[in-house]
Write a protein that binds this ligand. Structure first.
Ligand code: IMP
Length: 182
């Protein structure tokens, strides 16, 4: 419930994120070397800051596209039923594709999206997730590249929200409720 007072405790600094993004982009550049074009698919909305930083460090020809899947809505619980709210604009059949996700939590969203995109028969499909909460996993899926493994905490910042708030924080922080009932 977003109206309960909360504080945000920094978990990953802006500096640490920048260093990790640079390292991830180097690995991605190496892995896709020789591609005519890499289609970078950002999952809206949480990945918009990450994808903006990541593509600027990838030294390959890239195309950027976006897909929006329903996730938490305005709550803190994952919905098991994943719906596609906005599909890609471009074709990915026969293309090199990198899916960029903010957080892999239960894994329902990513596995649904990966299955959907694989059904379109890309040449190659890999996943880069900024954050992974392995202790929460319910569907066996792992990103090819992960920025940081984090504990079971609800996080915000660097594009990630709590009921549409706090996306503009430059760092990633954990939400901790304060006051009565915290
Ligand atoms: P999953 O389907 O449970 O893996 O959920 C993935 C999506 O839930 C992510 O892309 C986020 O949008 C959202 N999510 C998961 N954990 C958090 C969190 O700690 N803060 C904000 N959003 C989260």
């Amino acid at each position: 419930m977003p109206d309960r007072p909360y504080v945000i405790d920094e978990m990953i600094s802006a500096k640490a994120i920048a260093a990790r993004v640079e390292a991830l982009a180097k690995e991605i550049t190496r892995a896709f070397r020789g591609t005519d074009k890499l289609v970078v698919v950002g999952l809206l909305r949480g990945s918009f800051v990450f994808i903006a930083d990541l593509v600027r460090e990838i030294d390959l020809p890239v195309e950027v596209d976006f897909l929006e899947a329903s996730s938490y809505g305005d709550a803190m619980q994952s919905s098991r039923e994943v719906r596609i709210l906005k599909d890609l604009r471009g074709e990915i059949s026969g293309r090199d594709v990198l899916v960029v996700e903010d957080i892999v939590d239960t894994g329902f969203t990513l596995s649904h999206v990966v299955n959907l995109l694989r059904s379109r028969v890309p040449k190659r499909l890999e996943v880069c997730a900024l954050l992974d909460k392995p202790s929460r996993r319910e569907v066996a899926i792992k990103a090819t590249w992960t920025g940081f493994e984090i504990p079971d905490e609800f996080v915000v910042g660097y594009g990630i929200d709590f009921a549409q708030r706090n996306r503009n924080l430059p760092y990633i922080g954990a939400v901790h409720f304060t006051g009565d009932g915290a």
